[in-house]
Design a protein around this ligand. Structure first.
Ligand code: AHR
Length: 509
């Protein structure tokens, strides 16, 4: 089914150099057909995962303020951040990097604080870290917010023995020197860490390897990362964006033996423009890149399938999100890669999540970068202040999809900036997320169910007339979700979508 667009993509882009405010135009009706019985796959909660690196003020000064801080904290963890992340229910948190992971030596972050060494963070500005946030602190944070920990191991500057020992330290129940050391450091119970990354971006900051070199390293490291009481799920470094050459080179070199459980690509939507100064052209160019990420998922999965038709190797996107232009004065004040977050960023987050839902059967995990202060963050924190960004609310609006079964939904306009839809179902609840990524065209989504009737519908919307609107420490609730009208009648649900808006509707069928 196709519905004619009143604006061609070219005409839209050329009309888009305007200000970031919604222009008032007549709403265009978009037809959507939802097939509640056509299942795509389970939406694993892990598709809504997150990532926190030792970078700028994500960990130090963000998540971690220290036990003696005047900032309200829970054993050193910023209380407000814990409360917000717990409420969001983040399913999985990846740590400690990023590029940082391949220069991190886990023994630096265990034992009495006075004995932990100070190390230089070589990737993110050569500042020193006191290692007060280490393995025990990270696991404690995960337990506080209810997230599953995902460790990224050091391949670039580490050894197989070092990584193997980290697994034993974390997971061996009791009786070995390493497990006894963990107990002496306060955790007699094993941490039972399941997810382990075997390096990070080893084609770049993780050692500048060729895929063939990395495959050799992968085999060597993975061979010693054993089941010390918890079967590890080993994640190999995948490509930058949709780099087919990396995936082919790695899989060819594995020669069908010892495939990883997971293979993680990274996909950033770069647009080096100051976050609150996007023009309509800039926004359109960045939001279009989510369609490229969708293509990457389809093509990378198909390539993996050609080696592994039974899909024993899962596909992850363990770093993704909008990467805007940094403002030097803000980076100086708040730390490296500090990025303000606007309604446009939230629309990007929601587009990414809709892509994941639509390809739920192809993906194991997604981790947006990063949780606090850095890049596409959920929270901004400084001194004693901590606020939720519009992207936090994009994740909140997507939450009802978790653990439901994704079902097919077709729209009339499949162009990158057309109405984006994802749908999921469980029993008699159907959840729809509809996104209007255009800055100047209000839409009326006319959703028809191909089976069943819509008894009732409730909805919430995230919208502001200015797509550069952001929540700030002074005005923390400028962009927040609000209740929204959704009309259910017979097999139809009708929802208005102003320009640059995200709506999630829960429909009783
Ligand atoms: O998220 C910031 C950086 O982006 C990470 O450290 C690295 O993995 C990626 O290039």
């Amino acid at each position: 089914m196709r519905t004619k667009s009143t604006l061609s993509r070219r005409a839209f882009v050329s009309s888009a150099a305007a200000a970031p405010f919604s222009a008032l135009a007549a709403a265009r009706e978009e037809n959507v057909v939802v097939h509640p019985q056509v299942e795509i796959g389970k939406i694993r909660p892990e598709l809504h995962g997150h990532f926190a690196e030792h970078l700028g003020s994500c960990v130090y000064g963000g998540l971690w303020v220290g036990k003696n801080s005047p900032v309200p904290n829970l054993n050193g963890h910023r209380k407000q951040a814990v409360d917000y992340l717990k409420a969001l229910g983040i399913p999985v948190l990846r740590w400690p990097g990023g590029c940082f992971a391949d220069d991190y030596h886990w023994r630096d972050g265990i034992g009495p604080l006075a004995r932990r060494p100070k190390r230089v963070n070589i990737h993110w500005g050569n500042y020193t870290e006191d290692n007060s946030f280490g393995t025990h602190e990270f696991v404690e944070l995960c337990r506080l917010i209810g997230a599953e920990p995902y460790f990224a191991g050091n391949v670039g500057s580490g050894t197989p023995r070092e990584l193997r020992d980290w697994v034993e330290y974390c997971n061996y129940p009791a009786g070995s020197t390493l497990s006894d050391e963990r107990a002496a450091n306060g955790s007699p119970e094993p941490f039972r860490i399941r997810y382990w990354g075997v390096g990070n971006e080893n084609w770049g900051c993780g050692g500048r390897m060729t895929p063939e070199e990395y495959a050799t390293h992968y085999r060597r490291f993975a061979g010693y990362m054993r089941n010390f009481g918890t079967p590890p799920y080993l994640v190999a470094c995948g490509p930058n964006s949709n780099d087919i050459r990396w995936t082919r080179g790695f899989m060819d070199s594995m020669q069908g033996r010892g495939y990883p459980h997971g293979f993680a690509l990274h996909y950033y939507q770069n647009m080096r423009v100051e976050p609150t100064k996007f023009t309509a052209d800039n926004a359109a160019a960045q939001l279009t890149k989510f369609a490229d990420m969708e293509k990457a998922i389809v093509q990378q999965r198909a390539l993996l399938d050609s080696y592994d038709p039974e899909r024993r190797v899962g596909l992850l996107i363990d770093e993704w999100g909008v990467w805007d232009g940094m403002i030097p004065a803000e980076e100086k004040k708040y730390g490296r890669l500090w990025q303000q977050n606007t309604l446009r960023s939230a629309v990007g987050a929601a587009l990414g999540l809709n892509v994941f839902h639509r390809h739920a059967g192809k993906l194991v995990m997604g981790n947006i970068a990063q949780t606090v202060n850095v890049l596409h963050a959920m929270l901004l924190a400084y001194e004693d202040k901590c606020i939720r960004t519009p992207s936090y609310y994009a994740f909140e609006l997507a939450k009802p999809h978790r653990a439901k079964t994704a079902v097919r939904a077709e729209t009339g306009d499949s162009s990158p900036l057309g109405l984006s839809v994802s749908a999921s179902r469980q029993d008699n609840e159907l959840v729809l997320t509809l996104i209007n990524p255009r800055h100047d065209t209000p839409l009326k989504a006319a959703c028809r169910l191909s089976s069943g009737r819509a008894a009732s519908a409730t909805a919430r919307i995230l919208h502001h007339e200015n797509f550069n609107a952001a929540n700030t420490f002074e005005q923390p609730d400028l962009v927040v979700p609000r209740p929204h009208a959704a009309a259910a009648e017979g097999s139809r649900v009708t929802i208005d979508l102003p320009p640059m808006s995200i709506v999630t509707a829960s429909v009783r069928i």
